[in-house]
Design a protein around this ligand. Sequence first.
Ligand SMILES: *[C@@H]1O[C@H](CO)[C@@H](O)[C@H](O)[C@H]1NC(C)=O
Ligand SMILES: *[C@@H]1O[C@H](CO)[C@@H](O)[C@H](O)[C@H]1NC(C)=O
Ligand SMILES: *[C@@H]1O[C@H](CO)[C@@H](O)[C@H](O)[C@H]1NC(C)=O
Ligand SMILES: *[C@@H]1O[C@H](CO)[C@@H](O)[C@H](O)[C@H]1NC(C)=O
Ligand SMILES: *[C@@H]1O[C@H](CO)[C@@H](O)[C@H](O)[C@H]1NC(C)=O
Ligand SMILES: *[C@@H]1O[C@H](CO)[C@@H](O)[C@H](O)[C@H]1NC(C)=O
Ligand SMILES: *[C@@H]1O[C@H](CO)[C@@H](O)[C@H](O)[C@H]1NC(C)=O
Length: 493
Amino acid sequence: MTTSSIPQAEQNSKSVFATQKSTSCCYSRSLYFICATINLLLLILLQIEVLTSTLSACPWPFSDEATLHHNESITPPLIASATDLDRARSMLRDSITFLPLKDLRFAKDPMSGHTWFMSSINDTFAGDEAQHLYFPSEASKGRLLCLSASDASDGTNNSYALAWPEALPHNATLLAGLTFVSDTYYDYANLWHSKSAVLPFVSWHQSNGCTAPERWVLFHWGELRTSMGSWVRNLTTAAIGGGEVKIEDLGRYGAACFEKAVVFRHNEGAMTKERKREVYDMMRCRARAYCRVNREAGEEEEKAIRMTLLLRLGSRSFKDEGKVIEIFERECKKVDGCVIKVAWGNNMTFCDQVKLMSETDILVSPHGCQLTNLFLMDKNSSVMEFYPKGWRELAGVGQYIYRWMSKWAGMQHKGAWRDPDGDNCPHTDKLECFLFYKDKQIGHDEVYFAEWATKVLGEVKKSKLSEAEAEAEAEAGRESKRLPVGSSPCPCD
Ligand SMILES: *[C@@H]1O[C@H](CO)[C@@H](O)[C@H](O)[C@H]1NC(C)=O
Ligand SMILES: *[C@@H]1O[C@H](CO)[C@@H](O)[C@H](O)[C@H]1NC(C)=O
Ligand SMILES: *[C@@H]1O[C@H](CO)[C@@H](O)[C@H](O)[C@H]1NC(C)=O
Ligand SMILES: *[C@@H]1O[C@H](CO)[C@@H](O)[C@H](O)[C@H]1NC(C)=O
Ligand SMILES: *[C@@H]1O[C@H](CO)[C@@H](O)[C@H](O)[C@H]1NC(C)=O
Ligand SMILES: *[C@@H]1O[C@H](CO)[C@@H](O)[C@H](O)[C@H]1NC(C)=O
Ligand SMILES: *[C@@H]1O[C@H](CO)[C@@H](O)[C@H](O)[C@H]1NC(C)=O
């Protein structure tokens, strides 16, 4: 705020004044000192101007004394002493502007464009990656990102600034290596939301020489966060490698500047479908390797049709779980080779989930974050989803996330069943009604469930048979046996 509070007109008039002086005053040796001082001031003023404008090109990389020697035939002689330089550097330090990390001027539309997080800086779009910010870069004119951010409940209390490495803010700590900085509108605990926040970093990691960050800095609405849920932490460790995820508590520093930093603030944002598919492929591969899911798929297993009921406790659980299990077990029994498992997402570790998904061809599950695991199944596996009453009318497009995710991850979404029964909403407001229905339990329709299961089992059986045939043909042509799942190298191995 401090530099932008210097009115532009005033700055301009100062520059003009300084320029006139510097061209007219340098004829006399006695005036040399004044001239040099004005040149120095001009230099500083220009630096300040550069600091405030991210559009103009950087005229002078203010790196060391050598860069200050100008061609004497063009510019007036300028011999800056070490003291002058120290002073200039100190002034440059003083002029660094910290801005609020969360900019309330954009609270009405916090997620679009430059968002309300670091709102003065525009995103860089590169290829099919999500839009991001990178420091230091050409766009930052070689400046590093600095954060002064310890508030965990009000993002406007936290702040950011850009600074050249030669003139970091007073008392700032320089953190070496690469730092991943994330801001999400949602959270780092819910499987869906946290996966969405981490995905662009996994993608960036893969496209940039598989480098793992030294540390993560996490924000939600500009508020500092110092933990991640254990599921996403395991996933991130598996996908990016380089040991356990280290989350920095910036509260330890007055201000910290990062030698290199990547910032994502749009979750998956503008990533293309193709790119998402590649990242899900990599995460599946690396999660299986991390959890040592190295099945030697036997003939029997390859032909088996493996159905998994992944159930919830409490919100959006089935009202009559026993009956639902019974229906699917009965239909599975009717199909040669079908095996069924029943599991609850709440008491499984990350690796339990990875293993279970690697042994699932048909995932039967109510709408909810446990479905985020679907990308861990073999490609082209199937998903059957269930909703309580009221979702179709009131939940908006967000209700389709697992349908989209199935497509992105290369799975087949086999549709959804929506409970037609349940209490009626006593409110008139749409949002109140959605919240009324949101976490209600889900009933069942025995006839519909049975027919739907039969249909999906039939489709999967057919596609598995043709897959097996194609494979047998391919194998007849060459000697090599198919590699067991998880044993082939993953990207970035
Ligand atoms: C510096 O000035 C000399 C003439 O005095 C000229 O030949 C030379 O090209 C100039 N160098 C630069 C970098 O402008
Ligand atoms: C950011 O982008 C907007 C719209 O594209 C543009 O008006 C604005 O000048 C840009 N800001 C900077 C600092 O580049
Ligand atoms: C943070 O913001 C709150 C208002 O939301 C304010 O009361 C508090 O003093 C601020 N804390 C600091 C350290 O600036
Ligand atoms: C830097 O830290 C010193 C000692 O902790 C303190 O006295 C000084 O005021 C700080 N300077 C700034 C600009 O915060
Ligand atoms: C997990 O929770 C479900 C539901 O409470 C329970 O039936 C099941 O036995 C539990 N499994 C384990 C391994 O604790
Ligand atoms: C993985 O998850 C388990 C619990 O499921 C947790 O104990 C462990 O610390 C996690 N590991 C990592 C690397 O986050
Ligand atoms: C995927 O499964 C569907 C049917 O469930 C089948 O028609 C299709 O051929 C399969 N695709 C691949 C690549 O296996």
